[in-house]
Design a protein around this ligand. Structure first.
Ligand code: HEC
Ligand code: HEC
Ligand code: HEC
Ligand code: HEC
Ligand code: HEC
Length: 293
């Protein structure tokens, strides 16, 4: 070879090797970038739907609750898409001639489901479950955004692994009282919007979300600021004294003798809820088997 190629062409060969290397790296980075780009993840894109169903009109406008249509979200892994029957509860009477609703009427007449295009769709090798998230204090809007303001549904977040892990590493900052799960406008506890929570005595068993009561209005009216465990004053305390409202009577559902704590930051509320909702630690929650089974 030495006879045919002199030293300078050797340098040229080395140079082109380096160049090729650089191009490969650049391509790799671009592919990685692409994989995370909204173009591939479909983040923010409006899907073509057979019917231009508006969450904004039906949720914000008409005041319908999410569970009215997504009936299984609290008790199964799937939230579910409503059957045509749910639409016909109203559209048998309202907007009966609208051209927009033709596919709904066709579906109702023939019994064929409406062919909605899926907006959120994890790969099959990922395990996901709505029930546990919802029952442990993660609201719909933390993952799906302001659905009540969407004229056409789109995906607010990428649903990529890094997004899931980001929350699993520190769930506290997204935890809210389970009573606020459907509250699209929830922004967390703060000085301006304090939250009061009380937990039932858990000596009897392990803590559960059901044992926590929270409110956004001061319980009893006069709870002291940020005391570690301010005793409840007013009506709750009186009820506790008389035994009315204790679990046994079954008349009132306010657990007796609750000690409300006032939270003026999401960090403090998160810490409290992690403890009382019995949330696993970040190491357990980010282990591969949680999502890849
Ligand atoms: C009147 C019935 C109705 C109500 C109420 C309703 N939805 Fe929906 N939802 C639908 C229908 C129909 C679809 C499928 C069409 C679409 O994607 O727009 C859907 C789709 C969705 C999707 C996307 C599903 C996918 O394909 O990935 C999400 C997320 C969602 N809804 C969340 C909510 C939330 C959160 C609320 C409450 C704030 C809510 N919905 C209230 C009927 C409803
Ligand atoms: C509780 C009653 C109710 C239910 C249930 C309901 N709708 Fe509606 N829908 C309405 C009303 C009222 C309007 C008119 C809204 C307006 O113009 O402000 C409407 C309007 C619409 C429109 C016209 C565009 C728009 O958003 O204004 C479409 C399309 C539609 N609905 C589809 C559906 C589908 C699909 C379902 C089932 C998943 C459904 N609706 C369930 C009451 C309902
Ligand atoms: C922790 C994040 C998270 C929370 C909280 C959450 N979702 Fe979802 N949702 C998802 C993911 C991820 C998917 C896609 C699931 C898949 O592809 O298997 C999804 C899918 C859906 C779908 C499509 C149908 C289905 O069941 O796959 C609907 C409808 C829906 N969510 C509604 C809701 C409603 C209503 C709430 C609040 C009660 C809610 N979601 C809370 C992450 C979440
Ligand atoms: C905003 C916060 C948040 C996001 C985003 C989130 N999770 Fe979770 N996830 C939680 C919390 C909180 C729990 C409950 C932890 C516990 O009970 O210890 C949980 C639990 C789980 C579990 C455990 C279920 C079981 O039965 O053991 C799985 C699986 C899971 N998440 C999958 C996912 C996947 C997949 C994604 C992304 C598509 C995701 N999560 C996104 C907060 C989140
Ligand atoms: C909280 C849930 C969660 C945990 C924990 C998790 N993953 Fe994933 N993983 C996902 C999701 C969601 C995807 C799908 C990403 C997508 O669709 O782009 C994924 C995709 C992957 C992929 C496919 C390639 C890719 O990056 O898209 C591999 C490989 C993978 N995970 C490995 C792991 C390993 C190894 C661990 C443990 C260190 C792990 N995952 C822990 C949720 C999780």
């Amino acid at each position: 070879m030495a006879q045919i190629f002199d030293r300078s062409s050797n340098a040229l060969a080395r140079m082109s090797l380096i160049l090729t290397g650089l191009i490969v790296i650049a391509l790799g980075l671009t592919a990685d970038e692409l994989q995370r780009s909204p173009w591939v993840t479909r983040q923010g894109q409006r899907a073509d739907q057979p019917v231009p169903f508006s969450h904004k009109h039906h949720v914000e406008g008409l005041g319908l609750q999410c569970q009215y249509c997504h009936t299984s979200v609290e008790k199964s892994s799937y939230a579910g898409i409503p059957p045509t029957k749910t639409c016909m509860n109203c559209h048998a009477q309202i907007w009966t001639d609208a051209q927009l609703l033709e596919p709904v009427r066709h579906s109702w007449a023939t019994g064929e489901s409406i062919a909605w295009t899926r907006v959120h769709d994890l790969p099959d090798y990922v395990f996901f479950n709505h029930e546990i998230h919802v029952n442990k204090g993660i609201g719909c809007s933390s993952c799906h955004g302001r659905v009540d303001e969407m004229p056409i549904m789109y995906m607010q977040n990428t649903l990529q692994m890094e997004w899931c892990l980001n929350c699993h590493r520190n769930p506290g900052k997204n935890l809210r009282p389970t009573s606020e799960i459907y509250n699209m406008a929830w922004t967390g506890a703060s000085e301006l919007k304090p939250v009061w929570c009380a937990a039932e005595d858990v000596a009897a068993g392990s803590p559960t979300a059901g044992g926590v009561t929270c409110t956004e209005t001061a319980p009893g009216g006069e709870v002291q600021m940020a005391a570690v465990s301010a005793p409840v004053t007013g009506v709750h305390a009186q009820l506790a004294g008389t035994g009315i409202g204790s679990e046994d009577t079954g008349v009132m559902h306010l657990p007796a003798g609750l000690h409300y704590t006032k939270f003026t930051s999401q960090a403090a509320l998160g810490l409290f809820l992690v403890q009382h909702y019995d949330i696993r630690n970040p190491r357990e929650l980010t282990s591969c088997e949680v999502c890849h089974r």
